[in-house]
Design a protein around this ligand. Structure first.
Ligand SMILES: Cc1cc2nc3c(=O)[nH]c(=O)nc-3n(C[C@H](O)[C@H](O)[C@H](O)COP(=O)(O)OP(=O)(O)OC[C@H]3O[C@@H](n4cnc5c(N)ncnc54)[C@H](O)[C@@H]3O)c2cc1C
Length: 442
């Protein structure tokens, strides 16, 4: 009887949730998966995190889209777990629940002045340029000098997006207000500060190289700051990506600036100490650091103050707790054993699982959410004992979800908006626009 077939609810339609839903249908052909998403549209950070000038990565949406074209998966967007329905209700309505709620907030950088006007978390800026429906449409780009704090790919995304000539975004999916915001930018100098040395950054070599391939931008590196110590030499000898990073930086250090209208200055061995200003950012003070043999750094007591009017803190993302589920604030993630969610005493909670960034913490590329989902789905399938008679989410929702057909209508509307402007796609922005486009009756 259909009622005896297994039912699973996956919460979060980012890559982790979509891969988990897909793997569930592969492992249990009779399963029905409901995929709940709080935003009116699916794809999580692939749509609202990956930079718009990275079309090759954005294309991952196409393969996720194909996975969702599966009649065993029911997409229900614009439904937030914790607001529209509780974890407890889901646990009683399904045979199992998988939390794949990702990470959408900035980790804190607790230095004086971090809350001044003009000090921005990376997540807010990324949400603005990726046209997240909850982002403020106005972004201040009136600073002539800005600092970016961080040494990972998000710091590179932010630096590149700030430096990029606005017309280079005209072939991307950014809506008009984002293009206009960048077109009005007053920025001349962007300073990126990394606490450690060049061989200890978390940059991807390709993404770093891309920074120097932009027109009208000079990348400036002080040769003295990228000299390798004993530890750096070991890293470069052992790991090809580290060598590629250092090669790229050495190439830039040897280059003469061309007099381009924008300059990106890369600073190493600089730890942020204080954002200066009374009611808005006026400068950033950093302390020079020195490495030890293991690549750790300590402060030297030597300080520098760089005049900047904006600071972007790209020191990592963190997950948000899902009401009714355990949460480890230190990791910004849900405690688990092989994907099985653990309560405060370390015991597994029957039927509750986690996958993706909310499980592992906010590190790793989209590809790693696939292997991660595999582990969680294996645990779930090994445990599953369908109870029959699942009530699912139907009957609990006070609002009408945006379904797969709704997303197809949004997709078509965005593609049509793109054609009208000679582009592949232009994103719809606000919740109202997205939900209206999703409705059959508009
Ligand atoms: C700025 C940035 C740039 C990146 N660029 C790249 C890149 O170029 N290449 C690459 O490979 N990786 C990149 N990544 C990493 C990649 O985005 C992540 O590896 C991946 O998105 C993690 O997937 P996830 O499904 O766990 O989380 P997410 O993508 O965050 O998806 C989680 C989903 O859950 C939803 N959700 C949250 N809470 C609830 C709730 N209570 N109820 C219902 N739904 C909820 C969210 O709205 C979201 O849609 C980038 C990350 C960031 C932050």
């Amino acid at each position: 009887m259909a009622d005896d077939l297994p039912t699973v609810c996956v919460v979060g339609a980012g890559p982790a949730g979509i891969y988990a839903a897909h793997l569930l249908t592969q492992s249990m052909p009779a399963v029905t998966v409901d995929l709940l998403e709080k935003l009116p549209v699916p794809y999580g950070l692939v749509r609202y995190g990956v930079a718009p000038d990275h079309p090759r990565i954005k294309k991952i949406v196409d393969s996720l889209h194909q996975l969702l074209e599966n009649p065993s998966i029911r997409l229900l967007c614009d439904i937030e777990v914790g607001r529209d329905v509780t974890v407890e209700q889901l646990l009683s309505g399904y045979d199992a629940v998988v939390l794949a709620t990702g990470a959408d907030r900035d980790a804190t950088l607790d230095i004086p002045g971090h809350d001044l006007a003009g000090s921005h978390g990376a997540a807010a800026f990324v949400s603005w340029y990726d046209a997240h429906p909850d982002a403020d449409p106005d972004w201040p780009l009136d600073a002539t000098e800005a600092a970016v704090i961080g040494a990972g790919n998000v710091a590179l995304d932010i630096t590149r997006m700030l430096a990029k000539p606005a017309d280079a975004l005209l072939h991307t999916d950014v809506p008009e207000h984002v293009h206009a915001g960048f077109a009005g930018s007053a920025l001349r100098d962007i300073h990126l500060f990394a606490r450690r040395g060049p061989a200890d950054t978390r940059f991807s070599p390709l993404e770093l190289r891309e920074l120097g391939e932009q027109r009208d931008v000079d990348v400036i590196v002080d040769p003295a700051e990228i000299e390798l110590d004993e530890h750096g030499r070991r890293m470069v000898a052992q790991f090809t990506p580290k060598r590629q990073i250092v090669d790229t930086l050495q190439g830039w250090a040897a280059r003469e600036p061309t007099g381009a209208p924008r300059r990106v200055h890369l600073h190493f061995y600089r730890a942020p100490v204080r954002i200066e200003g009374t009611d808005h950012v006026e400068a950033l003070t950093v302390e020079r650091t020195a490495p030890d043999d293991l690549g750790r750094t300590t402060g030297t007591g030597e300080y520098e103050t760089h005049p900047v009017q904006a600071v972007y803190r790209a020191v990592g993302y963190t997950g948000s707790p899902v009401p009714g589920a355990p949460f480890d604030p230190a990791r910004g993630a849900i405690p688990h054993a092989a994907g099985r969610v653990l309560d405060d005493d370390g015991a597994t909670i029957p039927g509750l699982y986690a996958t993706g960034w909310i499980k592992r913490g906010p590190v790793g590329l989209i590809g790693s959410t696939k292997s991660d989902a595999k582990e969680t789905v294996e645990s779930l399938v090994a445990d599953l004992a369908p109870r029959g008679g699942s009530t699912r989410v139907d009957g609990l929702l006070a609002r009408r979800p945006v379904t797969w057909e709704g997303w197809l209508r949004v997709d078509a509307a965005e593609l049509a908006a793109g054609v009208a402007r000679g582009r592949d796609r232009v994103k719809l922005v606000t919740r109202e626009e997205l939900v209206a486009a999703a409705r059959e009756d508009g």
